[in-house]
Design a protein around this ligand. Structure first.
Ligand code: GTP
Ligand code: MG
Length: 197
């Protein structure tokens, strides 16, 4: 699946711009700067398919990538703090929430959590929204290269506890690094399994 092509198709700024809901879709959500775009690049083995940057608020549209004609990979704008004008941020936050709760073909949301920071209140807010919309989601730790093994084990346990508050959370947690490639094969396998189900 991930050995095939992956192409950017469109960036969407309103619900009526969404591509046809004709196939399975998965999306990557998380706080600004958590590493969503970098993770899409790591998963697809492409350096700059999704634009990543050190500035929080880099991704400002809902970006659709066609993975091998089989599914939509969706890179979302971050939530929480972003370096962009307030009214602009408010607009994409509203779109983000409408998308997450209202996209019929959204098979699973991957909710990215920075391994150094754990689950923040704004993450709980998004997870609660997904619970309410009955959208299955899985938590993915990012930037695992930035902490040691013992600290990582601790955060995995703590986030696992946090997830118990959310009925639509998939119980398993995947720790990843887009930098070293840790956990990337596991995440690819998880996505491939969704398609096979
Ligand atoms: P927004 O689009 O602004 O919401 O951000 P994003 O979640 O898409 O984050 P992005 O992928 O742009 O990455 C933000 C910064 O974190 C960039 O400087 C990346 O190089 C860095 N980064 C992302 N993933 C990793 C990782 O696994 N390890 C390390 N060390 N840095 C990472
Ligand atoms: Mg981004």
């Amino acid at each position: 699946l991930f050995a095939g092509r992956c192409d950017f198709v469109k960036g969407v700024v309103a619900m009526d711009g969404l591509p046809a809901a004709d196939r399975m879709e998965i999306c990557f959500a998380g706080r600004s700067n958590v590493g969503k775009s970098s993770l899409i690049n790591a998963l697809t083995g492409r350096k700059a398919l999704a634009r990543a940057s050190n500035t929080p608020g880099r991704t400002q549209e809902i970006n659709f990538f066609d993975l091998s004609g089989a599914l939509w990979l969706v890179d979302l704008p971050g939530y929480g703090y972003a370096e962009a004008p307030v009214e602009v941020v408010a607009r994409w936050q509203a779109l983000l929430k409408t998308y997450l709760a209202g996209r019929a073909t959204l098979r699973r949301a991957y909710v990215l959590i920075d391994a150094r920071h754990g689950v923040k209140p704004v993450d709980h807010e998004i997870m609660t929204l997904l619970d309410g919309a009955a959208v299955s989601f899985q938590a993915v730790l990012t930037k695992s290269d930035k902490i040691g093994a013992a600290a990582l084990a601790k955060v995995v346990e703590r986030v696992g506890e946090d997830l118990k508050r959310h009925p639509t959370a998939f119980p398993a947690l995947i720790a990843t690094s887009s930098e070293t490639g840790a956990g990337i094969p596991t995440l690819r396998a998880a996505v491939a399994r969704l398609l096979a189900e």
